[in-house]
Design a protein around this ligand. Structure first.
Ligand SMILES: NC(=O)c1ccc[n+]([C@@H]2O[C@H](COP(=O)([O-])OP(=O)(O)OC[C@H]3O[C@@H](n4cnc5c(N)ncnc54)[C@H](OP(=O)(O)O)[C@@H]3O)[C@@H](O)[C@H]2O)c1
Length: 206
């Protein structure tokens, strides 16, 4: 699958590494393609057999059937305003958190500028270390996500699984507060209760 990843920071790179290893074709969309920080990234990803490149934000949006948004949460509204036309109709995964904002997610901003997009909320509830190594105590880490229950859900579910996580669908956009609550729980436990960043959640049913 062709995936555009907006942001080549720790989240973009960690998830990108897993998707490239799973055989997906990636393009990282960055603000400044001449940033010397990107040389190492390009060298590393050149080892993957599929094409993996760095381009502008616009190039990565045009490239991807799916777009992972992994930039600061406060930057998403501006990005959506500038590039909404390109985002429209695509599968968007909002992994960002607006810490201290009214809502953690930017789904409303994305839909305002890309009303036909299939917007999901995933990869925002846990620290990146848990995506880099998605197993703990011989169990696969659960990844709770929300978004439309249409054909695009299968795509997102597979992409979560391709990171090595166990995807758990929570519901549509009416459940955004629920999945964002897990981010708050993660912060409360990892930092508030001093449990550290290697912390994840497991659903149990009988
Ligand atoms: N770190 C985690 O464990 C974690 C876990 C879950 C979710 N998240 C969320 O994921 C998102 C990315 O976090 P991160 O830890 O990967 O951050 P990061 O390592 O600081 O990377 C941020 C990326 O966004 C780019 N960027 C910065 N400001 C931008 C702007 N105004 N417009 C467009 N791009 C911009 C940066 O590019 P430059 O190099 O040009 O600055 C960089 O590529 C955040 O919303 C965060 O809340 C993080």
């Amino acid at each position: 699958m062709k995936i555009g990843i907006l942001g080549a920071g720790i989240i973009g790179q960690t998830i990108g590494r897993k998707w490239a290893a799973a055989g997906h074709d990636l393009m990282f969309g960055v603000r400044n393609i001449k940033n010397p920080k990107l040389e190492e990234l390009q060298k590393e990803f050149a080892a993957f057999p599929n094409t993996t490149t760095v381009g502008s934000t616009m190039d990565a949006i045009a490239f991807g059937e799916v777009i992972l948004i992994a930039i600061p949460g406060t930057a998403v509204a501006g990005m959506a305003q500038a590039f909404g036309k390109g985002l429209d109709g695509k599968i968007l995964i909002d992994a960002t958190n607006k810490v201290g904002g009214q809502t953690l997610n930017s789904v409303t901003d994305l839909l305002e500028h890309a009303p036909q997009a299939h917007v999901f909320r995933a990869f925002h509830t846990l620290g990146w270390e848990n995506f880099a190594n998605p197993a703990m105590n011989e169990q696969t880490i659960d990844l709770f996500y929300a978004g439309p229950d249409d054909n695009s859900r299968e795509v997102v579910e597979q992409l979560v699984a391709d990171v090595g996580l166990n995807p758990i669908y929570v519901g549509g956009h009416e459940q955004l507060d629920t999945v964002d609550g897990l981010t708050k729980l993660w912060f409360a436990m990892a930092f508030g209760q001093g449990k550290g960043r290697r912390l994840a959640f497991k659903m149990m049913t009988d």
